[in-house]
Write a protein that binds this ligand. Structure first.
Ligand SMILES: C[S@@+](CC[C@H](N)C(=O)[O-])C[C@H]1O[C@@H](n2cnc3c(N)ncnc32)[C@H](O)[C@@H]1O
Length: 299
């Protein structure tokens, strides 16, 4: 049976309740349908006002309200929605990235569909398959894919300039073993990756969501890890890296508590040869910041 992610859900804030058909009717509105209509119109106007004035920063609860208000428009008909690990940013796509998207996108970007992908057909071969979540600008992805030509890499990233940047590297270096999905990795895992099919998972420097009230947005949570593990082959590995100590501790705790995983190291792992040190990481190391790698294997 396929595992499905039932992470964190939130209730809609009060301004949405005008749309909540499950809410018990007030006695007065039951007897006076016109007041129900009035209430509906008022909440509709408030809702539209919120939509028009929506600030993406509110997505992270920056309005002082701890309830993130992400993508209200997209989800206007849903009562509950998942808290996402990312905020959709407008990000500028450079002309070079756009060219790469136009020229190489049709070949290397796999459109999201809520069905398992035929990855052998999409790569044109059968080879060990590694999923990378949140590849950013794709430099690490390209470097690892170039060094491991016998493996195939599915890179998932929501940020469009990052997709363009990785496509550009694919074109410049002639990398045939990468495919890209521009979509929420949770949904990709749920729907497009078959159970027991991945040989490896890479998640490098996932957003640390520093503030305690945003920790619920961190990707590495028990239910997400259970979903990940269900998509890995027995013997497959999961490799994480972070430069945020508090998140490293959470990662170690969550992965150690997952019964289907075993730690390949005693606590944190040494950086494996195949993971290059990023520019950003090198600067952090010079400033005395730490980096923690974790390497677990599915039993
Ligand atoms: C802090 S960046 C790290 C990028 C890169 N791995 C690196 O080491 O430089 C985290 C990236 O994860 C992406 N991301 C976060 N949650 C995601 C999700 N659920 N699905 C796909 N991408 C996600 C973000 O868009 C962002 O680019």
């Amino acid at each position: 049976m396929r595992a499905s992610y039932n992470g964190h859900y939130r209730s809609f804030p009060s301004y949405r309740r005008g749309f909540d058909s499950h809410r018990p009717l007030q006695k007065s509105s039951e007897s006076r349908p016109e007041s129900r209509l009035g209430g509906f119109l008022v909440s509709r106007i408030c809702f539209q006002h919120r939509l028009m004035n929506h600030d993406p920063q509110d997505d992270a609860g920056a309005d002082g309200n701890d309830q993130p208000d992400v993508n209200i428009a997209e989800n206007a008909t849903l009562r509950h929605r998942r808290i996402r690990s990312f905020v959709t940013r407008a990000g500028r796509v450079s002309p070079g990235q756009q060219r790469a998207i136009d020229d190489l996108g049709p070949r290397y970007v796999v459109p999201y569909t809520p069905q398992p992908g035929d990855w052998d057909a999409l790569f044109g071969r059968q080879a060990p398959r590694v999923l990378e979540i949140g590849f950013g600008m794709g430099a690490t992805t390209a470097e690892i894919a170039a060094a491991r030509p016998g493996d195939d890499f599915i890179g998932v990233e929501v940020h469009e300039p990052g997709v363009g940047a990785l496509l550009k590297l694919i074109g410049e270096q002639g990398l045939g073993n990468i495919r890209i999905l521009q979509h929420d990795a949770v949904e990709v895992l749920e729907h497009m990756i078959a159970p027991d099919s991945l040989d490896g998972v890479h998640i490098y420097f996932p957003d640390p969501w520093h503030k305690a009230r945003h920790h619920k947005r961190r990707l590495i949570q028990p239910k997400f890890v259970a979903l990940l593990v269900s998509r890995m082959k027995p013997g497959g590995y999961i490799h994480l890296a972070t430069d945020w100590q508090n998140y490293a501790e959470q990662m170690l705790e969550v992965l150690s508590a997952e019964p289907a995983l075993e730690n390949t190291a005693d606590g944190y792992a040494p950086r494996p040869e195949f993971r290059p040190v990023t520019k950003f990481e090198r600067r952090g190391l010079r400033l005395g910041h730490g980096v923690w790698d974790l390497m677990f294997r599915r039993r």
